[in-house]
Design a binder for this molecule. Structure first.
Ligand code: UD1
Length: 429
């Protein structure tokens, strides 16, 4: 199993290209199941989760070809995937495939919308709380699907097709909103989603579906209206840049000090995290190429932050912010409101000498002057990268074990950090 070795204590200086967003690429790839035509996705990041979803789609009979870089492509441009679900040969998504990645459960929506039946294993994914799928199922039931659970599988049937409905989410759910949008696009009549997730990845999915002939209005706001159509057609769409990757590197620079240009990062998708980083003492400038972040000499100021759905502070940056705050001059508070049990990084961060106490949903962090490198264990995707950030700031050697979590969501992480002066390398046993 691969490990990552870091010798910390160096500033980061240089340029980091931001990849396409994992959390946009996954629903976009799944949306290809809605049409017989080819969906061409540009700027798809090369990640383990993307490869896993290719296998899952392949199991349904979807053909995917990947095209590499072309002359004139920018450095941070990802791969192009040509996804063709001209015939779906199997409407079952088996446990062995779905249990490895939670988002693959979302195939339920396009399968039942187009094929009128689907059988999808209940998901697995990151161990960051119970993460139920009741709201995803509720949305499909509102649209007229008959759902049952059989042997760990959700079986969905809609013999006469789906029909538009009012879907009111009692809680903001990104996955639930993706599922509702995809299914409603092929339902008969009008669907109105209230309390929809406003995440940019939802807006990106809707923009792509509209290019495919869907009629979706209001994506990116809490109220989305969808006029169902009989069929969708092919389209070409670029995956939006990864705001979580950009935010992660911005936090890394704030932690280690230095000056880094995040090329291709979109500041409007990161207003809350950038505000928090400014409050913590980082200098941030927006320019034509993206975002430039620097911290030169100034100490890190403690902050009080709660995670919230977009446009609030993302739960996917909570662990990284905690790595920054263990280096702050004073005590800070981070409250996690989206996922219970998303504090697994706390005990690993403690191995660097961090002083963190947990009280319910809130972590209190007493900043310390010096972190010391340590062997640590990655527990989930975003927690893993918080350990990398702490390792970059800590004196001496850090060994991050179980890095397969990182490969699920961060493209060429060591390469990008190394180019900015980090001493980081992968050890493959
Ligand atoms: C997506 C992101 C993940 C991010 C999360 C919140 C992808 C691939 N993953 O996950 O990186 O951390 O949004 O921004 O895009 N919930 C229910 N019932 C449900 C569904 C969700 O109670 O049926 C709850 C969850 O337990 C959680 C909250 O709703 O407490 C938000 O979860 P949700 O937005 O659905 O997260 P995901 O879509 O799984």
């Amino acid at each position: 199993m691969d490990r990552i070795r870091i010798v910390g204590g160096k500033e980061l200086n240089g340029t980091i290209p931001i990849s396409g967003a994992k959390n946009a690429a996954l629903p976009l790839m799944i949306a290809a199941l809605l049409t017989e035509d080819t969906l061409v996705l540009d700027n798809v990041p090369r990640l383990a989760d993307v490869a896993q979803l290719q296998r899952i789609l392949g199991n349904h009979g979807v053909d995917i070809t990947s095209v590499g870089k072309r002359v004139g492509d920018r450095e941070y441009q990802g791969q192009t995937l040509r996804i063709s679900a001209s015939s779906i040969i199997d409407t079952t998504a088996p446990y062995e495939l779905v249990s490895r990645m939670r988002a693959s459960f979302w195939v339920l929506a396009p399968l039942v919308a187009r094929m009128r039946e689907a059988r999808v294993s209940l998901p697995g994914g990151c161990a960051i709380g119970t993460r139920p799928v009741d709201l995803l199922m509720m949305a499909l039931e509102r649209l007229g699907a008959q759902l049952s659970i059989d042997g760990g599988y959700v079986v969905a049937k809609a013999p006469n097709g789906l029909r538009g409905a009012a879907i009111d989410f009692p809680k903001v759910t990104v996955g639930g909103t993706h599922v509702a949008i995809m299914a409603a696009s092929l339902a008969k009549g009008t669907t109105v989603i209230s309390n929809a997730a406003c995440e940019p990845e939802v807006a990106d999915l809707a923009a792509c579906l509209n290019k495919m002939g869907a009629r979706i209005d209001g994506a990116g706001t809490a109220r989305i209206t969808i006029e169902g159509v009989d069929a969708l057609h092919g389209a070409q769409h670029p995956v939006l840049p990864d705001r979580i990757e950009a935010g992660t590197y911005a936090i890394a620079v704030a932690t280690t000090g230095g000056d880094v240009q995040l090329t291709g990062a979109r500041p409007e998708l990161l207003q809350s995290p950038l505000g928090v980083l400014r409050e913590a003492g980082a200098e941030i400038a927006v320019n034509a190429d993206g975002i430039r972040i620097a911290r030169n000499g100034a100490g890190i100021r403690p902050v009080t932050v709660s995670t919230a759905p977009f446009p609030g502070f993302p739960t996917d940056l909570q662990a990284q912010l905690m790595a920054l705050m263990i280096c702050a001059q004073g005590s800070s508070e981070i409250t996690e409101t989206i996922f219970e049990n998303r504090f697994m990084h706390v005990q690993e961060l403690a191995r660097f000498g961090a002083r963190i106490s947990l009280e319910g949903e809130t972590a209190r962090i007493e900043g310390i002057a010096r972190l010391r490198g340590a062997p640590v264990m990655a527990t989930d995707l975003r927690a893993s990268v918080s350990l990398v950030i702490a390792g970059l700031a800590a004196e001496g050697e850090t060994m991050v074990n179980r890095v397969y979590h990182l490969d699920r969501g961060f493209e060429r992480l060591e390469e990008k950090l190394k180019a900015c002066g980090a001493s980081i390398s992968r050890i493959s046993d």
